[in-house]
Design a protein. Structure first.
Lengths: 378, 432
């Protein structure tokens, strides 16, 4: 063999000390993806995340369905956060079609999206717990999540995939007496998640394991384009609910949680603090919401965009900024739809964070990036 | 209601019972009884109470329970009973099974769940049996490139080593399978086998994740063996003996944990590491290396390793009890055996049965076993508890803990023991 081969086909020189591990796609610590890790002893030399195992072509599918029938399948990327995933699409379609949303519907949307953010974060936290070998932290959030799932079921009729947001408002009005039940459950939920600090966030072993591992500096976080809790854990105060308020977020007092450290511990703590903030927002929204009124502006059947037009809307989802770009050519279906998701943006940081880390830190650093494989693949 | 379960009919139920009984009687009378007689023809009959044991005599024991007791007692004096049933394998396996049940239910309560619930009608008490049947019925898959003889042998060796460990534990005065003078040294020798078996199993699987897990297990066990041995030296100094029965007997007034709390703590932590329990379950860290050195084991091979692990857990807890908590020593709570039964017999309705060999166990033995089991269960509880509270630690933290902190503390413990001896608090002329 000569050296004439193109670079991709040439045999790589392999150091005998280095072992290549395929972490995933069938591995308890990978999710629906593969991380190709090269280790030298216990140290990670190189890491190559390989997503794409759950690519379902949501964006292409959206081109064959009209604006209303797109709703149920566009929430599939993150079923636990389905309201937030749908939010930018619904906002975009409203602008394309040109309809106004009733005031009460806006508040209902905020409540639903904050509840969904908590539901998603609890699921994420449960998996973070089991990735660190803490089985109680797997069971507690998975159980306490049910409180909010019950609320969402009362509100929308479905436990997980709600399809509740429609262009023009929300599908149904709140059930009677929902405000009281919601306030009670949310208060209890907040009390419960505060107890997690004793068993998890103040746990000396957890702190020793995750402090100062996988440090993402402020500059790197901005340069790599990370969003959401990862960015806020690196000391950047960036939250779309505050920076680009949509619906009624500007009328609510939104407080963002920022930590300076940028390590795995901070990245795991910021979503937990965000959940408490979500509880505050829900309480405010329940207080300020108009007690009666319409929740949905009637659309004409098969709404159309107004000629050649495009719109880009983004919201703060559980995993960071989630944008939806819709191009319309005046037909009932979108000409092109593109989702820009926080998961994929955060995953970009993984190879930089894992380089030089120990193998034992891989699960904690990987999952602290607030990454959802299905959303990244779409 | 259910489609699968047919409707219950009493007549069919009775008919099925009669069918089964018919076949059982037929098979027994055509095959069983001739087989028993053929076997008995060739072996020499034992003599029990001056009578030659014949099948007819054996049949009379079924009718008269008082005649069964002498042979039961004779059997209990044999070594095979000690190895298989009481202080040995059967007793340990029973406690290990209880441990698994307690672990599941306790962890479930801690995590606001129910735990095993349906299997066995009452709180899922037969769940372990179901799991065992599942493991037995599963196919054993051997990796194509595995070193097959070693890969097959490793789980068996693991259980054998765990059983050897169990054999060294004295349960009650005089009740120990292997009463060795160098018992504690024997324990260290058996503990030294586990890393070898682990690395053999991991390496012979010829797979990456088991290999990493095996190396981790090797690191962990070897680096924690030193503080383990050092932490027990204090007890050996105070008692002047390596015989575990003597060590247990020496704590009749004070358990050694009163004088050597640091040694007990060090031993407890190293015990958790040797047992690969959370927070030291690095060799089986599932989010990093799948199941560690158990990854390629399937079916009953995995079941055997689990059996060995829980036997080891029982043995370590029992060792802690024997060395630090006073073994079988405790207040006498078992009432004495009423001697009237021997002299006057038991009134059973119209007849009065004189049962000559009735006290199968002495009062001391029953009392000792009771205290031993209570203490062991308490220690096992504290071994299980960290699983619900702590996350897993990392290799470098583990080695740092083992080589610096625990060894240092173990030396502090040795100096405390030396100080107690030279000050005359303990030892000849002292408290004990």
């Amino acid at each position: 063999m000569t050296g004439e081969l193109p670079p991709g086909l040439a045999l790589q020189k392999v150091d005998e000390r280095i072992m290549t591990l395929n972490v995933g796609p069938q591995h308890p610590g990978s999710g629906h993806m593969r991380i190709i890790v090269q280790i030298d002893g216990d140290y990670i030399v190189a890491c190559d995340p390989d997503p794409g195992y759950v690519h379902r072509g949501e964006e292409k599918m959206a081109e064959y369905r009209n604006y209303i029938t797109n709703i149920p399948h566009l929430e599939r990327p993150v079923i636990h956060d389905s309201c937030n995933v749908l939010y930018p699409y619904v906002l975009g379609v409203e602008e394309l079609v040109g309809i106004e949303v009733p005031e009460r519907a806006k508040y209902v949307r905020v409540i639903a999206s904050e509840l969904n953010r908590c539901i998603y974060t609890m699921y994420w936290l449960a998996i973070y717990g089991i990735f660190l070998g803490h089985s109680t932290m797997f069971m507690w959030p998975a159980g306490d999540r049910e409180l909010l799932i019950d609320l969402m079921e009362k509100m929308t009729g479905a436990r997980v995939t709600h399809a509740h947001f429609v262009p023009g408002g929300v599908r149904n009005d709140l059930p009677p007496n929902f405000e009281d039940v919601c306030l009670r459950q949310v208060n209890y939920f907040e009390k419960r998640i505060k107890e997690y600090s004793a068993v998890f966030y103040d746990n000396p072993i957890l702190i020793a394991r995750t402090k100062d591992t996988g440090i993402l500096s402020r500059e790197d976080a901005i340069r790599l384009g990370t969003t959401g809790s990862v960015l806020r854990a690196s000391g950047v105060d960036y939250d779309l609910r505050k920076k680009e308020p949509y619906d009624v977020y500007e009328e609510l007092d939104v407080h963002t949680n920022v930590m300076k450290e940028g390590d795995s511990y901070a990245r795991s703590k910021v979503p937990w603090l965000d959940m408490m903030e979500s509880c505050n927002i829900i309480r405010q929204a329940l207080q300020k919401m108009p007690k009666s009124g319409s929740v949905r502006t009637k659309l004409k059947p098969n709404p159309k965009g107004k000629g050649l037009d495009s719109v880009y809307k983004r919201v703060e989802s559980g995993r960071g900024s989630l944008g939806c770009y819709i191009v319309s050519d005046g037909k009932t279906e979108p000409y092109r739809l593109k989702m820009s998701v926080g998961s994929f943006r955060n995953l970009i940081a993984l190879p930089y964070l894992l380089k030089g880390e120990k193998l034992g830190n891989m699960p904690s650093v990987y999952w602290s990036l607030n990454y959802w494989p299905v959303e990244a693949d779409r | 209601m259910s489609v699968i379960a047919p409707k219950f009919k009493l007549s069919e139920f009775i008919k099925s019972l009669l069918d089964n009984a018919f076949w059982a009687v037929l098979i027994l009378s055509l095959i069983g009884i001739p087989a028993v007689f053929i076997v008995l023809f060739f072996i020499e009959m034992p003599v029990i109470n001056g009578e030659i044991l014949t099948p007819f005599l054996a049949l009379t024991w079924i009718a008269d329970p008082s005649r069964t007791l002498p042979i039961v007692k004779a059997f209990m004096a044999t070594d095979i009973f000690r190895v298989m049933v009481f202080p040995g394998f059967g007793f340990a396996a029973l406690l290990a099974a209880g441990t698994i049940f307690i672990e599941r239910k306790m962890l479930a309560k801690l995590q606001l769940r129910v735990g095993p619930f349906y299997c066995g009608k009452f709180e899922g008490i037969l769940q372990l049996m179901g799991d065992g049947l599942k493991l037995i019925s599963k196919e054993i898959i051997i990796p194509a490139k595995a070193d097959k003889p070693i890969f097959w042998a490793a789980p068996v060796l693991f259980v054998a080593a765990a059983a050897a460990f169990v054999a060294l534990i004295p349960v009650a005065p005089g009740w120990v399978v292997a009463d060795v003078d160098l018992g504690l040294l024997g324990v260290f020798a058996v503990i030294g086998f586990f890393p070898i078996i682990t690395i053999l199993s991991a390496w012979s699987a010829n797979s990456k994740f088991p290999f990493i897990g095996g190396i981790r297990a090797l690191f962990q066990m070897v680096s924690f063996e030193i503080p383990l041995i050092l932490s027990l030296l204090g007890v050996v100094m105070l008692t002047g003996s390596l015989n575990l029965s003597e060590i247990a007997a020496s704590q009749s007034s004070f358990p050694w944990i009163v004088f050597l709390p640091i040694g007990a703590i060090v031993f407890f932590i190293t015990m958790l590491a040797e047992l690969e329990r959370i927070p030291f379950d690095l060799p089986e860290a599932e989010s990093e290396i799948v199941a560690g050195w158990l990854t390629e084991l399937s079916g009953m091979m995995y079941g055997l390793v689990q059996l060995g692990t829980y036997l080891k857990l029982y043995a370590f807890a029992a060792l802690f009890v024997v060395l630090f908590l006073g073994g079988w020593n405790g207040p006498m709570v078992v009432p004495p055996f009423p001697a009237e039964i021997l002299t006057e017999g038991i009134v059973m309705g119209p007849i009065t049965a004189h049962i000559p060999g009735l006290p199968l166990f002495t009062q001391e033995m029953l009392n000792g076993t009771l205290w031993f089991v209570l203490k062991t269960v308490a220690v096992i509880f504290f071994i299980l508890l960290p699983r619900g509270v702590f996350p897993r630690i990392r290799v470098d933290m583990l080695l740092n803990l083992g080589w610096t902190k625990l060894i240092g503390l173990a030396f502090v413990n040795i100096f405390i023991a030396l100080g107690l001896l030279y000050a005359g608090v303990l030892g000849p002329g002292g408290l004990q």
